[in-house]
Design a protein around this ligand. Structure first.
Ligand SMILES: *Cc1c(COP(=O)(O)O)cnc(C)c1O
Length: 369
């Protein structure tokens, strides 16, 4: 009996990567994105599973993440995707990571770092084709930057890339616009620098359009078996890797009118039994799930009743329950014939699956199986 436990199915991670590889056009590599501790799943164990499933490269967001992954997997090409302040940059480079560049002044800084470390810095020139976030918006500047990188002995021009804003919105035509803009820039660069790695796709783009695959896809959410389109991961052939488990610490009899939890937001409409589970928003079970979630016990859905508190939640078990203290409770995942998807929990709180798994707090041990 664990108070709160996130079980991570590494076979699912491996299978999901194999699924992504099978979807990619011939020759395109899978880069597993393991930022934010593998979207809350535990980066170290997920990297091993992703590599077993056919991923050949890794990506993270921050210098500290690069340090962690680079230390454990020094032989695997690693890209740090984020903007890097001075300390972050030192961490990323010390880890042997490749880095993003989209301004000439940062290129010059990278050049001095390359000289200092005695080995060229591998750089990916980033084109902002419409995300409006990181990257250079001017195709001519991107081209000039790439040429400057290629001409600089302290730098290796490793790639050119972009990121889609609406790959997961199937009715958006903006995806096609971004793809067209990026394709033009990528074609021009490939003509001059045939060896570079061209990459654009996230998980949604991989399933959406093979023209977005180029030489490599940067997939995060699908690696963990979460649906890039916020529906059912099974529709993309993906298997959820994380389940969130607790147990019934107590079962108590409620008379009609008795209340559970802070603020008395729920009162028993009739005599019933209430189960108490020893986890709460301190574990990442968001307070917006108050009176707004189901929990599986003995293979059946039980409504979460009352307010989610930091360390406890309560569920309605009905008047004649067979549930006993010690029974397993599943907040995300399967039990018997029933299952609750991360996507369901996300929908209930007006969020997305990414935020739910990233939000499972450090208080919850990750158990890789
Ligand atoms: C996080 C991230 C990805 C991965 O996106 P998913 O939707 O999780 O597949 C790819 N590229 C960049 C730049 C990212 O920040």
């Amino acid at each position: 009996m664990a108070r709160a436990l996130a079980r991570i199915d590494l076979a699912a991670v491996e299978r999901n990567c194999a699924r992504l590889v099978s979807e990619l056009r011939d020759g395109a590599e899978l880069c597993a994105v393991v930022k934010a501790d593998g979207y809350g799943h535990g980066a170290d164990s997920c990297v091993s599973a992703a590599l077993a499933g056919g991923a050949t490269r890794l990506a993270v967001a921050t210098g500290a993440e690069a340090a962690q992954i680079g230390r454990r997997f020094p032989q695997i090409p690693l890209l740090t995707m984020g903007a890097l302040a001075a300390d972050d940059l030192e961490d990323a480079l010390a880890a042997g990571s490749e880095v993003a560049v989209w301004h000439e002044d940062f290129r010059r800084l990278l050049s001095t770092r390359g000289r200092a470390q005695g080995r060229p810095v591998r750089v990916h020139v980033k084109y902002d084709s419409g995300m409006g976030r990181l990257g250079n918006r001017d195709p001519a500047a991107v081209l000039a930057l790439a040429r400057a990188c290629a001409a600089d002995p302290e730098l290796d021009l490793a790639g050119v890339w972009t990121h889609f804003a609406t790959a997961d919105e199937l009715d958006s035509s903006f995806f096609g616009e971004q793809l067209d803009r990026f394709t033009a820039v990528a074609d021009a660069l490939r003509a001059e620098f045939p060896g570079i790695t061209v990459h654009a796709a996230n998980s949604a783009a991989v399933f959406r359009d093979p023209r977005a695959h180029f030489d490599m896809a940067r997939c995060g959410v699908a690696v963990y078996g979460l649906d890039p389109f916020q529906g059912d991961p099974a529709e993309c052939g993906l298997t959820p890797a994380m389940s969130l488990r607790s147990y019934v610490a107590d079962v108590k009899r409620f008379s009609a009118g008795d209340s559970a939890g802070y603020g008395q937001t729920w009162r028993a409409p009739s005599d019933t039994c209430v189960g108490v589970l020893p986890l709460g928003y301190g574990d990442g079970v968001r307070r917006a799930l108050s009176n707004n979630a189901d929990v599986l016990v003995r293979g059946r859905r039980r409504p979460l009743v009352g307010t989610v508190s930091m360390d406890n939640i309560t569920i309605d078990l009905g008047p004649d329950t067979d549930v006993e203290p010690g029974d397993e409770a599943v907040l995300i995942g399967s039990q018997g014939e029933e299952s609750i998807l991360t996507e369901e929990m996300a929908r209930r709180i007006g969020s997305i699956n990414y935020e739910v798994t990233c939000g499972i707090s450090v208080r919850v041990p990750r158990e890789a199986v």
